[in-house]
Design a protein around this ligand. Structure first.
Ligand code: ADP
Length: 188
């Protein structure tokens, strides 16, 4: 069973690595950022509500996120596991997730913390050039990360679930390091 949470600052490569690992382990890659971007693109009610926060680099309010995660983790394709990327992002979200997993009789195996120095993060995001990858917005996202998300490292370390991986290596080397942590069988 592969149930993993990907932590790490914006630009750390969570999305890229979670995608590779989800394919290898044959479990869905659940990215709240991707779900929100798709909603913005499709101009759904969620997308319209979330757009302003996202383009400013701020967190989307929990009332838009929590139900979405509950609903997604209730879908059939999660029966063999899941990789969460971009959620939880605050201690409150982590507490919500703990309760939700309890309710549905699941537990998370590992929390993977991808570590990358700030200067590398900024240059990666500037190169990527997503809609929210403008210098000013990047600064806000990094501030939000330090204030809201970084405390999760201590939260999960305290629960003995944290594994740190050096994200400042070539993509394949990071993938390999992750694969070593995860017990999923990649032979099939
Ligand atoms: P990154 O981690 O590279 O900044 P994401 O794709 O994970 O990018 O998130 C992009 C944006 O989507 C965030 O800046 C935020 O506005 C919103 N978002 C994604 N996940 C969450 C979440 N769990 N809680 C609140 N907002 C979120």
């Amino acid at each position: 069973m592969t149930r993993l949470i990907f932590l790490g600052p914006p630009g750390a490569g969570k999305g890229t690595q979670a995608k590779v690992l989800s394919e290898n382990c044959n479990v869905p890659h659940i990215s709240t950022g991707d779900i929100l971007r798709a909603a913005v693109k499709a101009k759904t009610e969620l997308g319209q509500k979330a757009e302003g926060y996202m383009s400013a680099g701020k967190l989307v309010p929990d009332d838009l996120i929590l139900d979405l995660v509950r609903e997604r983790l209730g879908q059939e394709d999660t029966a063999n596991g899941w990789l969460l990327d971009g959620f939880p992002r605050t201690v409150e979200q982590a507490e919500f997730l703990n309760k939700l997993l309890d309710e549905i009789g699941q537990s998370c195996e590992f929390v993977i913390n991808l570590e990358v120095p700030d200067d590398v993060l900024v240059s990666r995001m500037l190169e990527r050039g997503r809609a929210d990858d403008k210098e000013e917005v990047i600064r806000t996202r990094l501030d939000v990360y330090r204030k809201e998300t970084e405390p999760l490292i201590a939260f999960y370390r305290g629960r003995q679930q944290l594994k740190s991986v050096d994200g400042n290596q070539l993509m394949d080397a990071v993938s390999e390091a992750l694969q070593k942590i995860v017990t999923c069988d990649i032979s099939d």
